[in-house]
Structures are given as structure tokens and as C-alpha cells.
Design a protein around this ligand. Structure first.
Ligand code: ARG
Length: 458
């Protein structure tokens, strides 16, 4: 019967449930390509220090290439004793090329191997996620560019505050995503640190050239301490923290759109492609896509918190607890990736109801502008705030809008009010006055669009 890779010192059998419990192949097979890539580089490094002849190296590299092709083609046959992706690949290599396969692991441990695989896999996954994030930002920027003329109330405390451009609101979310993009790019140097050549914990006695390995595998640097190299999983934590924050932004945007898609607001409607119905209420069209985006943020945060918990009490270097890094990381990557794509689809296809937004613009959202009007006549803002507040109270008592009070009414509040007060009751003029950097004027929205476009082409 077949021996486990590590079976030499064992006389007893593994408990069947323990065997299951210990197995990670069902999820770590996702890293098959990274594992093969790392092994090919390692075989080359072994040849460079004379542990393998050129011919042996070539045979091993060819064998590994075949194993990789089997995974790609879906023909790799998993055996019951394959514990993880590393043992499975090594077992298959030896089947293909014989005992020579047993030379590959010289000086290497699954400890430096798995840490290398995880980093390689994540570098690749992060770059896919980066393009998905850019896709989302791009759609938001294009939409903002096309819908610059649409105005709506900006809210604080979900109470109408001041008029803004719809594009300004969309772009506010895009700027959160742009910060996520920067943060993701800044993670890379800390993910891209090579553990291979750290061995089990103490380093590599065959003195493989680790800088060669880093170049072969595209790593930016080499782990300078072997204990750190095999034991560090901070790059996974950091990525999951990054993802938690990005999902928080997805969730907050989703919440805005959930609110705006109610009949009560009616500012947007989701396309059928991103909505679902009710099993009992025939009229329903629910924004399930948005609710899932909001809901999945909790799941990502949970993956992060759970894995931090796994790490916190561990002694130095490799402990099997670290095998628990995979499922949460893979779940986070899958969830974030799907969320960015769904969010992009929702934003690209939703309908925006400019008329509804316009109707929500009641005159009271110009009360700040009314106060500002008197400021321009030289009255201190604290006083003009009060005067404008009294105008609001008067209109409320009369059950009319601010622009329906007479000039006489205004003059009774303050004699500086004049005919030109009419200029205040103009939503477009109000947004156009906000023309310092960051404001909601057309020019400043255009500026935001160019800043974001530049970030996308970086
Ligand atoms: N499957 C293991 C993991 O994912 C690989 C490393 C095993 N190393 C060991 N010494 N048992 O962490």
C-alpha cells in the first residue's frame, strides 16, 4: 500500500476522520498553477547549485508541465492519500518520471512552498480584482459624465439639505473606490515577498539562489528571515482588511440606491437583470442585487475577523492552523470579485428618473442660499442663518414655499432683502455657486471626472 509522504516514522494508521480533517486538497487545488510554477522555479534553482543535473532538471520541469496540463484539462486524478495540492502534485510527478521526482523537494518544505503558493496566487487574484474595480469606477465616471445636468437634493441625516448634481453623488462613491484602488496597489509590495528557500523554518542548506527564485517567479523582494517567511500570513490579513473596507463602500453605495429605488423616492429603478420578484406579492420588484452587496460586506468582514482570530495566539513559524488561511481568503476574493462585477452591472443598467429627483427639490433646500444672500449684503452669517430660519418658519406656517412669500414678508424679516431675492430660488444657480474644488458646480464635477479618469489610466 502507498506510503504517505511523511510516513517513514509512523507505524500506526491515521484515523479516517482525522484523514478528512487534515485534507485541504478540495479547496487548495485552486492553487495548482501557482504550485507548479513555484516547483519549476525551484527545480531550476536546484540545478544551479548542482543538486540536479541539467538533464534531471529538464525531466522534472517537463513532468511538472504535464501535471499542470492535467489540472488545466481537468484530467488530474486525485488519489485518496493526496493531502494537499503540494503532495498531490509531487505524487503525480513521481508517477510520471519515477524516483527522480523525489529529488524536487530537496531543501524545500511544504512550509515555504505553501507560503509561496499563497502569495503567488494572491498576486494574480489581486490583479484581476484591480481591473474589476477599475471597471466599476469607469462605469460610474461615464454615467456621471452623461448625467451632469440632473439635480437632486443632497441629504444629511436622510433629510433634504442642499441641491447637488446627481453626478456629484455618484462620483462621491467613485472617490471611495479610487482610494480602494490606491490601497490595493499599495498592498502589492508586501504580498510580493518570496518565502521559497526558507525551508521548513531555518533556511536552505543547499544555498539556492533566492534572488534568482524571486526573479523567476516575479516577486518584488525576498523574505529576509526564514522564520518570518514561513510563518507570516499578514499579507492575507491585510488583503482581507482591504476587502472589508472596499465592501463597506460597496455596501454604503448599495444602501443609497436601495433608498432611492423605493416608490417613496423613485429616483432610480434597477433593471430587471438585477432585480428579483416576490413569491407571493405579484407587484414586487426587489433590489436583491443591492441587498446582497450590502449583506456580503458582513461576510467578508467575518472572514477577516475569523482568520485574525486564528492567527492571534500562534507560536512562531508554521503551525497547521495556518491551513485555515485558505477558505476565508478564497471566499473573500470570490465575494469581492463578484460584488464589483454586480455593482458595475447595477450602476450601468439602472434607470435614473431626473424628473422625480427634480420634484424632490423643494424650496427649503435653498435656505442656506437665502442666508448666503444676506451674507453678500454684509450681514454676519450667524444672523443671516437666523433670519433665513425665520423665513422657513413663516413659509411653514403659511403652508407655502419659500419663493411664495412676498417681498414685503422678506423685508419684514430684514430690510436688506431686495428684488434680486428671486435669484436665490434657482437650483441650478445654487449648485453653480459651489465652484471651489470639490463643489457640485459643473466645472468642479468635470474636474472630478478628469481626476478619476487619470487614476484609471495609471
Ligand atoms: N496544506 C498545508 C497548508 O495549507 C501545507 C503545509 C503543510 N506543512 C506541514 N508542515 N504540515 O498549510
Amino acid at each position: 500500500t502507498k506510503q504517505k509522504l511523511w510516513g517513514g516514522r509512523f507505524t500506526g494508521k491515521t484515523d479516517p476522520l482525522m484523514h478528512e480533517f487534515n485534507q485541504s486538497l478540495r479547496y487548495d487545488q485552486r492553487m495548482h498553477a501557482a504550485d507548479i510554477k513555484g516547483s519549476i522555479a525551484y527545480a531550476k534553482a536546484l540545478a544551479l547549485v548542482g543538486i540536479l543535473t541539467e538533464a534531471e532538471r529538464q525531466k522534472i520541469v517537463d513532468g511538472l508541465t504535464v501535471v499542470g496540463q492535467e489540472w488545466e484539462a481537468g484530467t488530474f486524478e486525485i488519489q485518496p492519500d493526496d493531502e494537499d495540492i503540494h503532495t498531490a502534485n509531487e505524487r503525480r510527478l513521481s508517477e510520471l518520471i519515477g524516483p527522480l521526482g523525489g529529488k524536487l523537494h530537496t531543501g524545500r518544505s511544504r512550509n515555504d512552498q505553501v507560503a509561496t503558493d499563497m502569495r503567488l496566487w494572491l498576486i494574480d487574484a489581486a490583479s484581476k480584482i484591480e481591473s474589476e474595480l477599475k471597471g466599476l469606477i469607469r462605469v460610474m465616471v461615464e454615467r456621471a459624465d452623461k448625467e451632469k445636468d440632473i439635480l437632486l437634493p443632497g441629504y444629511t441625516h436622510l433629510q433634504r439639505g442642499q441641491p447637488i448634481r446627481w453626478s456629484h453623488l455618484l462620483l462621491s462613491h467613485a472617490f471611495s473606490f479610487r482610494a480602494d484602488l490606491q490601497r490595493l496597489q499599495q498592498l502589492l509590495p508586501r504580498i510580493s515577498v518570496l518565502p521559497l528557500g526558507c525551508g521548513a523554518l531555518a533556511g536552505n542548506p543547499f544555498v539556492v539562489d533566492r534572488e534568482f527564485l524571486a526573479r523567476e517567479l516575479g516577486f518584488m523582494s525576498v523574505a529576509e528571515n526564514s522564520l518570518y517567511g514561513v510563518g507570516d500570513r499578514d499579507f492575507i490579513v491585510e488583503f482581507m482588511m482591504w476587502a472589508s473596507l472596499a465592501m463597506t463602500h460597496i455596501s454604503r453605495m448599495a444602501e443609497d440606491l436601495v433608498i432611492y429605488s423605493t416608490a417613496e423616492f423613485g429616483f432610480v429603478s434597477l433593471s430587471d437583470a438585477y432585480s428579483t420578484g416576490s413569491s407571493i406579492m405579484p407587484q414586487k420588484k426587489n433590489p436583491d442585487s443591492l441587498e446582497l452587496l450590502r449583506g456580503k460586506s458582513g461576510r467578508v468582514f467575518g472572514d477577516m475577523a475569523g482568520f485574525l482570530m486564528t492567527l492571534k495566539g500562534l507560536p512562531s513559524t508554521y503551525n497547521k492552523d495556518l491551513q485555515e488561511d485558505k477558505e476565508p481568503l478564497f471566499d473573500v476574493v470570490d465575494t469581492v470579485s463578484a460584488s464589483f462585477k454586480i455593482a458595475e452591472g447595477v450602476v450601468a443598467t439602472m434607470e435614473v428618473h431626473a424628473e422625480k429627483m427634480r420634484q424632490a427639490l423643494t424650496m427649503d433646500v435653498l435656505a442656506t442660499d437665502l442666508a448666503d444672500y444676506l451674507v453678500r449684503k454684509g450681514i454676519p452669517f450667524r444672523e443671516t442663518h437666523h433670519i433665513s430660519g425665520r423665513a422657513v418658519a413663516l413659509a411653514e406656517a403659511r403652508k407655502c414655499q419659500l419663493n411664495e412669500l412676498t417681498l414685503q414678508d422678506y423685508k419684514s424679516l430684514n430690510n436688506q432683502f431686495g428684488d434680486d431675492i428671486l435669484s436665490v430660488f434657482d437650483f441650478e444657480a445654487s449648485v453653480e455657486r459651489r465652484e471651489s474644488i470639490g463643489g457640485t458646480s459643473r466645472k468642479m464635477v468635470d474636474r472630478q471626472i478628469s481626476v478619476l479618469r487619470a487614476a484609471l489610466s495609471e
